[in-house]
Write a protein that binds this ligand. Structure first.
Ligand code: SAH
Ligand code: SF4
Ligand code: F3S
Length: 455
């Protein structure tokens, strides 16, 4: 046994410890940071106390995200006191939001950088010995151009755009990730081709609003999101294409057609609604109302009847009445979601709602509403997932089931987790007969007939 901090970190091979908070964009940026650090000779440390370099990739989407991060940030402060040679680096959205004060408020920080500067981490490490380094421009390069250490061998995230041009009144993302910029189609396809050659079978295209992809590109490189879906699906070896997240205002007929006509484009759309009340949607500046949203749901279901829809919902936006909230509850049953992420409204500094609207729904009311919402989401999801029982689903195997390692687990096209007994390698796509469903997962057994390739 050893006492934390009593041993100096190894000097032979530098070790790094990286903690990631937030969404898939951050998880993906972290894969890039790992790739970059490992290309510089760093190896991962088991714990912060062993590390020569402590890195945080931060999120600031809600107050709770800041709080979660502050716990581990405090530990870095303690370690820096015990071992002044340790380098503390903080990147990501929270760092960007604190760009003017981070070094004065948190003097134990050596390097701070925004999400647009991930690709310069190596340069910062070379400079920090001279003075603390901060870099926060919002028009840096795509982290997708860096080396990569993928979290999973057969699944990859691919950045297609950064930033967001929407003005959702509650949202801090545009101020910390900047204006939207698309990555040229050829670059995206080239990266997917490299991933496929490396064994990847499923890609998830990432952007804050993937559907507005390409509008800022000019000339020959100009492409629509539907064209991008087609080009990525055509890459040899890619069996599944997913994306996160579309904005409902930008889903056009060509994208629905891609889900219908291109086998690789998965039967799932995460379609953030945020609220069911037209009045609240307006105050949120979502640019659609309840009817237009439900109309889109109808058009999607006409095109792709068995598709899964999931969503994000915010509870307790300023001014939300019982009637407004009832509209969110009924939206869940009308839209027939397969699942939903539910969030308590959190006022964010610098946002329109955070600065101009009073956070006037009392915490206990917010709490009751989110509880009621979760119940309706679960009941709806339970009914929806039951439609799979008795069918055979192609399951992309991820590995042993987390709750029972004698079983395998993987996902269907609809993005539902399935567990089943059997032997198959991660990355295999196997047919599974579904015997049982809950509100979040399926279980079954491997069908004895293998899927016929090319049928
Ligand atoms: N660009 C994506 C995701 C943005 S953040 C999109 O538009 O879908 C993920 C989710 O966090 C949002 O969809 C929203 O539901 C939630 N969220 C964002 N800001 C919030 C806030 N201030 N309070 C509570 N939830 C928030
Ligand atoms: Fe935020 Fe709205 Fe942009 Fe999503 S679309 S990142 S919720 S501003
Ligand atoms: Fe958080 Fe930034 Fe993502 S604020 S949710 S990490 S875009």
């Amino acid at each position: 046994m050893r006492v934390a901090g009593a041993r100096l970190a190894s000097t032979a091979v530098p070790q790094y410890h990286l903690t990631t908070f937030g969404c898939q964009m951050n998880a993906h940026d972290s894969e890039r940071m790992r790739g970059l650090l490992e290309s510089l000779g760093y190896v991962p440390a088991d714990q912060r106390d062993d590390a020569d370099l402590i890195v945080f990739n931060t999120c600031t989407i809600r107050g709770s995200a800041d709080e979660r991060f502050m716990g581990s940030f405090g530990e870095a402060k303690r370690i820096k006191r015990e071992r002044p040679d340790v380098v503390v680096a903080v990147g990501g959205c929270w760092a960007q939001s604190q760009k003017d004060t981070v070094f004065t408020t948190y003097p134990f920080v050596d390097i701070a950088f925004g999400p647009g500067e991930v690709n310069r981490l190596g340069e910062f490490l070379a400079r920090e010995r001279i003075a603390p380094v901060g870099a926060f421009s919002l028009d840096g390069r795509f982290s997708g151009e860096l080396p990569l250490r993928r979290a999973r061998a057969h699944q990859a995230w691919v950045q297609i755009s950064v930033g967001c041009n929407c003005v959702c009144s509650y949202c801090i993302v545009p101020s910390v990730r900047g204006r939207e910029r698309s990555r040229p189609l050829d670059d995206v396809v080239a990266e997917v081709t490299r991933q496929a050659a490396d064994g990847v079978v499923e890609v998830t295209l990432l952007g804050q609003n993937v559907n507005s992809y390409g509008r800022d590109l000019d000339g020959a490189s100009r492409a629509t999101f539907a064209e991008l879906l087609g080009a990525v699906s055509a890459v040899d070896g890619i069996a599944r294409v997913r994306y996160m997240s579309p904005h409902p205002k930008d889903i056009k007929a060509d994208v629905i057609a891609a889900h219908r006509d291109i086998a690789e484009v998965c039967q799932h759309i995460h379609l953030p609604a945020q609220a069911g009340s037209t009045r609240i949607l307006k105050a949120m500046r979502r640019t659609y109302d309840r009817d237009r949203y439900l109309d889109l749901v109808t058009r999607i279901r006409e095109g792709v009847p068995n598709i899964s829809l999931t969503t994000d919902l915010i509870v307790g936006f300023p001014g939300e009445t019982d009637d407004d909230f009832a509209d969110t509850l009924s939206l869940v049953t009308e839209a027939q979601y397969d699942g939903a992420y539910t969030f308590l409204y959190s006022p964010r500094p610098g946002t329109e709602a955070g600065e101009t609207l009073e956070d006037d729904v009392p915490p206990e009311v917010k709490g009751e509403r989110i509880q009621a919402l979760i119940e309706v989401v679960q009941a709806t999801a339970r009914e929806r997932l039951a439609r799979h029982v008795g069918t055979t689903q192609d399951v992309l195997v991820e590995g042993p089931s987390r709750t029972d390692d004698t079983r395998l687990a993987g996902r269907t096209q609809h993005n539902v987790m399935v567990s089943f007994p059997g032997t198959a390698a991660p990355g295999d796509i196997v047919p599974v007969v579904i015997d049982h469903s809950t509100s979040t997962s399926l279980s079954g057994r491997m069908a004895d007939v293998p899927t016929v390739v090319g049928a």
